[in-house]
Write a protein that binds this ligand. Structure first.
Ligand SMILES: NC(=O)c1ccc[n+]([C@@H]2O[C@H](COP(=O)([O-])OP(=O)(O)OC[C@H]3O[C@@H](n4cnc5c(N)ncnc54)[C@H](OP(=O)(O)O)[C@@H]3O)[C@@H](O)[C@H]2O)c1
Length: 224
């Protein structure tokens, strides 16, 4: 059997990152939570139940977690995106870096306001794409859905310039209980990131916390 990659989740103490850690640890992945606070990370790791023989969730600094993992996931606020990319650049050579960051601009988070570079994913590609394989994903799944158990009625758009890296991330999406959709190159990450603001607005207007997207016209067997 192929060895599963070790996953680092930077910002793994947060709403999205902790939900990811819970789902992947339960699916049997070895998970390292990256955080600026050892105490906060240790408390979060203690709450997470592992499955399928996976070891307990470990904790480290953001750079330490990135160095220890095969695949590094960014689940930190956009305000610290550039600084975190610079912090990990030296330890992610050859690795897949999954960017879940959405460039929301408070207070109007329900209005699409993408950065001049096009998207957070494209910023990551510009800053670390020369050493790492950047994949953009998870912008359209609410953290609350990940915190619950069972399959999630939501598709995850997966963008990146390396097809093999996209396929690896789609496997991680499936392990979480969702469908991963190959959405093409990193330039397309702008569409997924823009969609988040639409979903936030839809949540507010329809008084729900779970609006998401599903792509029609593709048989589930074709994407998992
Ligand atoms: N929440 C969602 O439903 C959702 C869905 C899709 C995408 N996203 C995107 O995923 C990212 C994380 O979202 P979230 O809701 O999980 O955010 P969050 O809970 O506010 O923050 C996540 C973690 O980032 C770290 N962090 C906070 N401020 C920081 C700063 N100034 N510098 C460095 N690290 C900082 C914190 O970890 P430590 O204090 O432990 O370092 C925090 O626990 C965002 O870019 C968001 O747009 C969120």
């Amino acid at each position: 059997m192929q060895t599963r990659p070790t996953l680092a989740i930077l910002g793994g103490t947060g709403a999205l990152g902790s939900g990811m850690a819970m789902r992947w640890a339960a699916a049997g992945y070895s998970v390292v939570i990256g955080s600026r606070s050892p105490e906060k990370a240790t408390a979060m790791a203690a709450e997470i139940k592992t499955g399928n023989g996976a070891p307990p969730v470990r904790v480290d600094s953001n750079a330490g977690a990135a160095a220890a993992a095969d695949i590094v996931v960014l689940a930190i606020p956009f305000s610290n995106h550039d600084a975190t990319l610079d912090e990990i650049k030296d330890v992610v050579a050859g690795k897949i870096v999954v960017d879940a960051v959405v460039p929301l601009v408070p207070p109007k988070v329900a209005v699409v306001q993408l950065p001049p570079q096009g998207s957070a994913g494209q910023i990551a590609e510009e800053r670390i794409g020369s050493v790492a394989r950047v994949v953009s994903a998870f912008q359209n799944v609410g953290a609350a859905k990940l915190q619950g158990g069972g399959p999630i009625a939501c598709d995850v758009l997966v963008c990146g310039n390396d097809k093999t890296a996209r396929e690896s991330v789609i496997e991680l999406v499936v392990a979480m209980g969702m469908r991963g959709i190959d959405a093409g190159p990193i330039a397309n990450a702008a569409a997924a990131e823009a969609m988040t603001s639409l979903l936030i607005g839809i949540n507010k207007r329809y008084k729900v916390d779970c609006a998401g997207i599903q792509i029609t016209g593709i048989a589930t067997e074709a994407v998992v």
